[in-house]
Design a protein around this ligand. Sequence first.
Ligand code: ADP
Ligand code: MG
Length: 261
Amino acid sequence: MNKIISVSTQKGGVLKSSIVSNLAGLLATSGKKVLIIDTDAQANIALSFGLNPDDFNTTLYDVLIDQIPPEYATMNVHKNIDLLSSGEDMTFFEFDVLTNIKKYPQPFRIMKETLGSLYNQYDFILVDTPPNLGLVQGNVLSYAESVLIPFQPEGYSMRSLVKILDAINNFRDQHNPELNVLGVVGTLVDSRTTLHSQVLQQCRAYCNENNIHMFETVIPRSVRFAASVAYERKPATLTDPKHPIVKAYFSLLEEIQEGEK
Ligand SMILES: Nc1ncnc2c1ncn2[C@@H]1O[C@H](COP(=O)(O)OP(=O)(O)O)[C@@H](O)[C@H]1O
Ligand SMILES: [Mg+2]
């Protein structure tokens, strides 16, 4: 299994952060040493571990822009899970880099160049990303070894899935030919909804035709689940191992591991 896995797409609210924190929970429980790198200025991963990102003195931004060693910005948040969090100043990253391009001749390679020392310290590095395609996402896709793409089935979502898959493929060809597109995972699925089933079927057909993997596992929608995890201050895979949605994360991880053998 590749070590550096990002969860990337151009949308918000499709479970990117939930997938990152819950997969981290499962891997950590199985004894793997995991680093989560949160590159989204909203810093939701810190929040999902009950931490307030406004309290952090040093964050990913300082590592990327001021060349602070990444170890200084990394904290332990659970047994076997370290976090390199972003913070609000990540909103300045793109502007800082693009307005000072002489200092950053390879603007997509800043993450890869500044985070190298972390690689040998972990079994897995999971990267959470912002809900757009820009300089941050480009840095992540240059740094990652594989990418997982969440897909929420809605009326018009096929069109944007086709676009994001094209965008990631083009980016890979130009900037990171080694990048392994793990595949598409359906999220927030209500299997009783005909629309969801239809759109997921379209998605499977499209992926099939275009040689893109689509996971059998989907992450079901559950408003009750979302409400209960909000109080836990830990990802559900660490607090509620028997929950059906946790089981979905478990089978997603199994499929990822299976596919990479
Ligand atoms: N299985 C679920 N069903 C419904 N809502 C969920 C589920 N899991 C998480 N949520 C909620 O959905 C929202 C978006 O999830 P999040 O992982 O933050 O998405 P993203 O990182 O793509 O913006 C969050 O408020 C989260 O609590
Ligand atoms: Mg998020």
